[in-house]
Design a protein around this ligand. Structure first.
Ligand SMILES: [Cu+2]
Length: 144
């Protein structure tokens, strides 16, 4: 008797799956089947909900905002302002190595050609950026 129970359960589950996925036309002889008819529409409605809400939440997460400074052709491409304490990625698209050195004893990173380095943005303020290797490479960094 005990051995028959799992097999019975599988049969019941299989029948339920068939009822859920299949068309209710096969059940016409039994009854109009209000229970199965109501179950199908609600299941079909669910997929349309999640995609819309996922799109709405994706851009609304400022904590994951990436801060990137790009160096290209001996020029710094700096965002208008960056948040204090944020992790700043410095992408060097040149073949030459550069540094990103902040004024007032701020952080300084050496970025090899084609490499990416990161540093932590200092306290709020306005900083000058200079490359220790190429004195003509300068920019301004505003930390808010
Ligand atoms: Cu340089």
């Amino acid at each position: 008797m005990v051995l028959h129970r799992p097999a019975r359960l599988l049969l019941v589950l299989g029948a339920a799956a068939l009822l859920a996925t299949g068309c209710s036309s096969g059940e016409d002889s039994a009854a109009p089947g209000t229970s199965t008819d109501t179950a199908v529409p609600t299941a079909a409605d669910e997929p349309s909900g999640p995609p819309a809400s996922a799109d709405a939440t994706a851009p609304a997460s400022p904590a994951a905002e990436a801060v990137t400074i790009t160096i290209s052709e001996f020029e710094y491409d700096v965002p208008e302002s960056i948040p204090a304490g944020s992790e700043v990625e410095v992408v060097n698209e040149d073949r030459e190595a550069h540094t990103l050195t902040l004024s007032d004893g701020g952080p300084s990173v050496v970025i090899q050609g084609g490499a990416t380095e990161t540093f932590t943005a200092p306290a709020a303020g306005s900083y000058g950026i200079v490359c220790d290797f190429h004195g003509s490479m300068t920019a301004q960094l505003v930390v808010a």
